[in-house]
Structure formats: C-alpha cells, structure tokens
Design a protein around this ligand. Structure first.
Ligand code: NAD
Length: 387
C-alpha cells in the first residue's frame, strides 16, 4: 500500500501531514511512503530528510497517480483524487459538507480526524484537534505579549516598577488552558472563564483564577463540549463578562461550539470600555463572526479607543514544525489503526464503521457520505434548495 504526503495548498498553511521522524513507523508496518517534492519545506523538513528516513520523494502528478492513501493536514483538492483512493486529514466535514459530497461522488474514501471520539482513551494518540489546539493556544499568548505595549511580568528595576499584565482567557478548553499556562510562564496575572463547570478545576490547577458569573450559566454539552447558549443566557453572560473585561489588559478568546458559529463573548460595548493599549486575541475569528465584536479573521485592527484586536486564524500553522510533529504522530496512529493485512501480506484500508473510532472519522466510502451528521447536513441543504 502506497501512502502519499502532499504539499499543502491553502494560503498560509505551513504544516505537513507527515514528518520524517514518523516515516520508519509506517515503513515497518509494511507501507510505502511517497512524499510530494517540497511537501515539508515550509515546516523545515527538506526533501532529503524524507529520503534519509526511507520515503521516496516524487512529483505531484506521480504522487496523485500512484498513492493509495493521501495524507493531508487540511482540505485536499478533490479534482486531483480518483476512485478507489483514500484521503485522511482534517476535512472539517461539519463546516464544509460539500467537500465530503464531492469526494464521495468521486468514489474517494474520506477520513477526517476532526470526528474522532476524543474521550475514548485508545483514540487519544490520534487526537489532532487537541494537539493543534495546544499549539494554537501557546501561540495566542505569544501574539498577545508581542502586541502588548507593556510587560507581562512584574518587573522591579532601577528605572521603576512595572505591574504584571492582567490577562483573561475566555473559553478554557485545550487551547485556552495552554494559553493560560503560557501567559503564566510569561509572568502575567491570569484568570479564566468557561461555561463548562468542569473547567474550574483545570484553570485553578494551572495557578490561574476562575471567574464564576453570578448568572450561573452552565452549559456542558455532549462529548465534553459546550452547548449553545439560549438568547437569554447569552445576554446575561455578555453583560456580566463586560465588567470583568473592562478590568483586563489582555483578553484571549477561544470559545467554540461544534458545528455552530463561535459565540460572541466580547461585545462592542465591552471593547469600548477597555483602556487604550489593551490587546484582544480572538481565536474564534471566522468569516461568520468570532468571539469578539469587530474582529476580522487574519487581520489586526485597532479600535478608535486604542484596543488592538487580533483576528487569529489558523495559529497552529504559524508554529509549523511543532504542529507538524504532533499532527504526524496523530495521523499515523489513525492510519495504522485503519490498515489491515491480507493473508498474502498485502496491506489495505479496512473500513468498518461499526468500530467506534471509524464511525466518527469515516466521512465518505463506497460512493456515499456515510457519516450520519454530515449526511444530515447535506440533506437539509438540498431540502432548502428545493423549497
Ligand atoms: P472547543 O474548541 O470546542 O471550545 C473551546 C472552549 O470554549 C470549551 O472549553 C468550551 O466549553 C468553551 N465555550 C463554548 N461556548 C462558550 C461560551 N458561550 N462561553 C464560554 N466558553 C465557551 O473545546 P476543546 O478545547 O476542543 O475541548 C472541548 C472539551 O473536550 C473539553 O471538555 C476538553 O477537556 C475535552 N477534551 C477531552 C479530551 C480527552 O478526554 N482526551 C481530549 C480533548 C478535549
């Protein structure tokens, strides 16, 4: 079985799905590893490092023509894939169900790491959402420190004393907790807030203060995720958070609800009540809107009252070597889980959606969109078009 590693094509995407260190693991499992020329360049893995690890570096055309399985970080180019081929990556099928449909129509087996059942202990080594959120949370704290015009730590020098920065992280899942840890290591005075009650202990275990709202919004949803708030809960939350936000120098927001637009946590009024020189990093920034009023994905804006709002997009791609190292371990663990050997020793993907992991990750197979949630989204879309 031939496994192909492609060069990512999305703008600003510097990660690569497989790093040289992981190649021997796949080779030992009886797989042949093909790497598109230059695939690892942006993450500082030159072609010769792949060759030295036991992979064959080949042209783009040859790779798509010969690989049985294509490994990618983000969206592949469906037009390049053919019937019988498989693609594994972060395909975001709940936000881009049409990609899943076009892959199914081409007879491509599509496997997406985003759908992994994350609380299953045997799946943890495959959890790319976690590994990439970790990298992104780290980078968010560094971006905030870089944009902030003062120090994060308490500094006592002959030229005066600088008080530590007050930093609040809104949404303390994987990325938020890493942002808290990193900001604490930089010396900031850190607090955190989340709607899941379980996160209080996690925030406090990092030495940060957990903010509890008197409105007591508690929104633990399924699979460890948060549920969407009702309009009343959202209004109460925004109003009470505004008071806390006004007292901060730096805010980092990471709040997400699976399959929904990110919740608005920092309103325009809350931003206008912040002091000049304050910094907000919105990790929820998206074309549909983010966690912060006025944030623009991929851009930094400065409000009339002097607040810098960074619309952080795909931060994991900006720490490409670390992010690729982790992603490579995740994707190879999933790949090896999917591969089986025939009596003749021939390796092939063994798609079986009765398996709990596969039920989460396999999106398209045998010409059909097989993932129920994605199929439901597509059916709703066609119904809307029909009406
Ligand atoms: P996520 O990216 O979906 O969301 C980030 C955070 O935003 C979450 O903590 C969520 O509760 C919070 N949030 C959503 N709406 C909010 C709102 N209106 N106000 C404030 N906060 C809001 O989350 P994630 O980082 O992917 O983690 C989700 C959960 O999965 C966590 O419970 C995490 O511990 C769990 N998890 C478990 C495992 C495991 O068991 N191995 C692995 C990874 C994650």
């Amino acid at each position: 079985m031939k496994v192909g590693v492609v060069k990512e094509s999305a703008p600003g995407e510097r990660r690569v799905a497989l790093v040289p260190e992981t190649v021997p693991r796949l080779v030992q499992a009886g797989l042949e590893v093909l790497v598109e020329q230059g695939a690892g360049d942006s993450a500082w893995f030159p072609d010769d490092s792949y060759t030295a690890a036991g992979a064959a570096v080949i042209t783009t055309d040859k790779l798509y023509a010969t690989a049985d399985v294509i490994l990618t970080v983000t969206r592949p180019e469906p037009g390049r894939l053919r019937t019988g081929q498989a693609v594994i990556g972060m395909l975001a099928p709940l936000t881009d169900p049409r990609l899943a449909r076009s892959l199914a129509e081409r007879g491509v087996t599509a496997v997406s790491l985003d759908g992994l059942p994350r609380t299953l202990s045997r799946a943890q080594g495959m959890d790319a959402l976690t590994s990439q959120a970790n990298v992104a949370g780290y980078k968010a704290a560094l971006l905030a420190a870089d944009a902030y015009g003062r120090f994060f730590p308490l500094l006592i020098t002959a030229a005066g004393t600088a008080r530590p920065a007050k930093l609040l992280v809104l949404g303390t899942g994987v990325a938020g907790l890493q942002a808290i840890g990193t900001a604490r290591r930089l010396g900031a005075q850190v607090s955190g807030y989340d709607v899941r009650p379980a996160s209080k202990g996690e925030v406090e275990s990092l030495g940060a203060t957990f903010i509890e709202l008197t409105t007591g919004v508690s929104a633990a949803g399924e699979g460890g995720y948060a549920r969407e708030l009702t309009a009343e809960e959202r209004d109460a939350q925004q109003a009470e958070l505004a008071g806390h936000i006004a007292r901060q120098d730096v805010i980092i927001t990471t709040a997400q609800v699976p399959g929904r637009r990110p919740p608005l946590l920092v309103t325009a009024d809350a931003v206008s009540a912040m002091a000049p020189g304050s910094v907000i990093v919105d990790m929820g920034a998206s074309p549909l809107g983010g966690n912060v009023a006025g944030s623009v994905p991929g851009e930094t804006v400065v409000t009339p009252n002097g607040v810098t709002i960074i619309g952080a997009e795909n931060l994991a791609a900006s720490v490409p070597t670390a992010a690729s190292n982790a992603f490579s371990r995740n994707i190879s663990a999933l790949l090896l889980q999917l591969v089986s050997a025939s009596d003749s020793g021939e390796r092939a993907l063994n798609i079986d959606t009765t398996d709990e992991i596969q039920a989460g990750v396999v999106v398209a197979h045998g010409g059909e969109v097989v993932h129920p949630a994605v199929a439901k989204l597509l059916a709703a879309e066609s119904a809307n078009q029909g009406s």
